[in-house]
Design a protein around this ligand. Structure first.
Ligand code: GZL
Length: 326
């Protein structure tokens, strides 16, 4: 966790970084209030991936630790369910609403209802594309463009020969910030290398089954695939199943790059079935509770809090696998 003094400096600039892996001062101490228990309404995306499971666990455990009364809803990846949940939190007059928007668009109306009810909103994990930034107090989460860029830069580094490299891309949930931004970052990183070509791109909806189905179709329609860029580990693990069913060797015949670094992904990386993983930290619970207490207490918070993350090769995965928290 960033030292308080550094945090104050970064906060003043409107941007703060938090160390990956979560952890940090308990929310109660953070605002020094020790005041009344606050109630948070949390509208989660769903339970689509290992990352989401770890994120939910982090939010629930951190709420308990921080003495925050958590009202939790699982939207099963449907925007209308998240909107319903936010409306219900407004009716229940919670102190603060936090949510991870399943897609970027279509939130202004319900966020205006929360604002009119004087209930502050915190975005966590994913962003919205609303132009009206007064609709939420802060956005805590990863820089997905940077994640996509790191994935592309590794591939550029690995592809020094002037052989053509055919890439298939398994995108995340259509319209979601991580899918849009990871795609952007990856394309930006490879655009100056004429040998690297995305020959097919389709959404696997961040799920293992989605990754497997999309990869089966890619294998049928593209005889010569060199690399898979999957927007999360679960899609990459589904792609591995399809590649092995087609009699090819994942990590060797077809290289695989994914994003998240959850346990199952890191295990496949250490076994050489995935070649490179960009970390996306789901342990946002502690920072979320700290921010919520400050927001409810009327304190200023940075409008953007970016989680710091790293990357893993096979060797690095072998070293850290046993100590991973999720
Ligand atoms: C990223 C998060 C994405 C993960 C997926 O912050 O929103 O959603 O990369 C998850 O695993 O489903």
């Amino acid at each position: 966790m960033i030292k308080k003094s550094m945090f104050a400096v970064l906060a003043a600039t409107g941007l703060a970084l938090t160390a990956c892996g979560g952890g940090g001062a308990s929310a109660g101490a953070a605002n020094g209030s020790g005041g009344d228990k606050i109630t948070m309404g949390f509208a989660q995306v769903g339970a689509e991936s290992g990352w989401r499971t770890a994120n939910t666990k982090s939010v629930q455990e951190s709420a308990k630790e921080a003495g925050v009364d958590l009202k939790f809803s699982d939207a099963q990846q449907k925007q209308e369910n998240q909107i319903k949940a936010i409306r219900s939190f407004v009716q229940q007059k919670v102190d603060v609403i936090a949510f991870s928007p399943v897609v970027e668009s279509g939130w202004d109306t319900v966020l205006k209802e929360a604002k009119d009810a004087k209930i502050p909103v915190i975005l966590t994990d994913r962003a919205v594309d609303s132009k009206d930034t007064s609709l939420y107090k802060t956005f805590l989460g990863s820089d997905f463009v940077a994640e996509g860029k790191k994935a592309g830069e590794w591939l550029v580094e690995q592809s020094k020969s002037s052989e053509p490299v055919n890439i298939v891309e398994i995108q995340g949930t259509t319209g979601s910030a991580p899918a849009n931004d990871r795609k952007q970052g990856f394309e930006d990183a490879i655009k100056d290398d004429p040998d690297l070509k995305i020959v097919a791109s389709q959404s696997g909806d961040f799920t293992r089954s989605g990754g497997k189905q999309v990869m089966e179709a890619f294998l049928k329609n593209n005889p010569d695939i060199d690399v898979v860029f999957a927007h999360n580990d679960d899609e990459g693990l589904g792609a591995i199943e399809a590649i092995e069913a087609a009699g090819k060797v994942p990590g060797k015949d077809i290289k695989i790059i994914t994003i998240d670094a959850v346990k199952d992904g890191m295990t496949a990386l250490s076994n050489g079935k995935i070649n490179f993983i960009v970390e996306c930290n789901p342990l946002l619970g502690d920072q979320l509770m700290d921010l919520a207490k400050k927001v409810v207490a009327g304190q200023d918070v940075p409008q953007r809090v970016v989680t710091e993350e790293t990357t893993f090769t096979m060797e690095q995965a072998k070293q850290v696998l046993s100590s991973r928290q999720y």
